[in-house]
Design a protein around this ligand. Structure first.
Ligand SMILES: NC(=O)c1ccc[n+]([C@@H]2O[C@H](COP(=O)([O-])OP(=O)(O)OC[C@H]3O[C@@H](n4cnc5c(N)ncnc54)[C@H](O)[C@@H]3O)[C@@H](O)[C@H]2O)c1
Length: 446
């Protein structure tokens, strides 16, 4: 109990040294919250490039302003390092490394294992370790606990281990790391208590749960819920298209129900590091227990069909102009996976562009947040959204509805706009046609 109480008092009086392993979208904002709460924070990242840029006060994460980072670096409150030995100074370690999927859609736990091994090599009694990376139920107990025990530590007595999922929603102006309630589940009640006390120093609302497995599953339920509901509404868009009913009107009307309905909107597919990947962590785990998670599989199947549906809409729109996709010039608006952010991971725009190019289209793109990207070995660069660019395109496809883009101007100048996000719904008609993802409504009276 002595070690637990010593650690709790270091946390309470802010003398604990906080470590964050992995300084990306999740780790960097968290590290800065701890620094702002008065702790000395050391961020460890394997990328020398990331470390160097952070130490020069330059943030690579859109939601973290460089001025804020730079102030904390100068004040000696935050320091980034690629030297794993610095872990020996840390009293608390939060791990926020990537958990991608392998090509086979199985979890790629390589980053978590590498982080756990580095901690195992550098840990000591009296510290708390919290895994934040999204993962399948059982990871913290099966993968991290043995690494700490191999270092001769007893979890729950001289070292404390918990899982606490990150729920950050990049680009969300209302909900951020600080005010989004934080789930914490420890290996033992002591672990939960210490990890909860740690996060309570800088986050507004803590939600302790009874085990690491519960905390791991909370995150997967949240993102599976989103994936399934997006899958459902995407299927509704296909249904509406076939029926000639305007999906957006149906959704808006359904959303007037004050209870029992939650609004989701269709689109070109799902992207980002979470929704396309996380449910597969659960599906994989359940396959090992000989259970097939049918909702997850079906939602994934429908959601991954959406880029092809967008491309089919482009082909139909061109066809009506007596043009083929082959040889047409197509301008894609927005390539980030969702609006007003710069993250392209798993973006459906990648599939839309690839499918159009496979059919012979000359594809260009404009995205105010993504200056360039590399895919399949060749580089794409954003073109300026000039009048010339809009008028010369045979079709303009809205894949991501960034707020910064003037859609009225797009509609005014483009020959045909394929709108997969309903960004043009309330605009005055331009010279060209607007093609909706789901029917603009052949049964509509207005
Ligand atoms: N991005 C999101 O919106 C979001 C939201 C909730 C949860 N998550 C989860 O959080 C985790 C991290 O995601 P992210 O988006 O922050 O990833 P990221 O790619 O932005 O950042 C991860 C960082 O970890 C570093 N890294 C890799 N291996 C390392 C190691 N062994 N030791 C130290 N650093 C290492 C990388 O260099 C990188 O800087 C993932 O499990 C993800 O699913 C992400």
């Amino acid at each position: 109990m002595q070690l637990r109480d010593q650690l709790l008092s270091k946390i309470e009086n802010r003398t604990a040294c906080i470590g964050v392993v992995g300084l990306g979208y999740v780790g960097l904002p968290l590290a800065l919250e701890f620094a702002k709460a008065g702790f000395k924070v050391i961020g460890y990242d394997v990328s020398e490039r990331v470390v160097k840029s952070l130490m020069s006060g330059k943030s690579h994460i859109q939601d973290v302003p460089s001025e804020e980072l730079s102030k904390l670096v100068k004040a000696g409150k935050f320091e980034a390092t690629a030297d794993e030995k610095r872990m020996q100074e840390m009293d608390a370690i939060s791990i926020a490394v990537p958990t991608p999927l392998a090509k086979t859609r199985d979890p790629d736990m390589g980053y978590v294992i590498a982080a756990a091994e580095a901690i195992g090599r550098n840990c000591r009694p009296g510290i708390v370790v919290v895994l934040e990376s999204t993962t399948y139920p059982g990871t913290t107990r099966e993968m991290l606990q043995p690494k700490l025990e191999a270092a001769g530590l007893t979890v729950g007595e001289d070292v404390f281990l918990a899982f606490s999922p990150e729920r950050v929603d990049p680009g969300n102006p209302k909900w951020n790391t600080k005010n989004t309630p934080k789930i914490v589940g420890g290996i033992t009640p002591n672990c939960t208590e210490v990890a909860t006390a740690l996060y309570a120093t800088c986050l507004e609302t803590l939600v302790p749960v009874s085990s690491t497995e519960t905390a791991e599953l909370v995150k997967l339920l949240e993102n599976t819920f989103r994936s399934v509901n997006i899958g459902l509404v995407n299927e509704m868009a296909i249904v509406c298209d076939k029926l000639g009913v305007n999906i957006w009107e149906v959704i808006d009307a359904a959303a007037t129900k004050p209870f029992g309905f939650m609004k989701f909107t269709p689109g070109p597919g799902i992207g980002g590091h979470c929704i396309p990947l996380d449910p597969h962590y659960l599906a994989w785990k359940m396959r090992t227990l000989n259970y097939k998670t049918r909702f997850i599989d079906l939602a994934s199947e429908i959601n991954s069909e959406m880029p092809a549906i967008v491309v089919r809409k482009v082909a139909q729109a061109l066809n009506e102009e007596r043009k083929a996709v082959n040889g047409s010039r197509v301008l894609v608006l927005g390539v980030a996976y969702k609006k007003d952010i710069d993250d392209m991971r798993e973006s459906p725009a990648l599939d839309v562009i690839r499918l159009l190019e496979q059919q012979g289209a000359e594809v260009r793109y404009h995205d105010p947040y993504v200056a360039k990207f590399r895919e399949d070995g060749h580089e794409h660069a954003s073109v300026p959204l000039t009048d010339d660019e809009l008028t010369k395109a045979d079709a303009v496809v809205i894949v991501t509805d960034h707020t910064k883009i003037d859609y009225q101007r797009v509609v005014h100048l483009a020959k045909v706009v394929v709108d997969s996000r309903n960004a043009t719904a309330k605009l005055a008609k331009g010279k060209g046609r607007i093609v909706s993802l789901a029917s603009a409504g052949s049964y509509a009276t207005a």
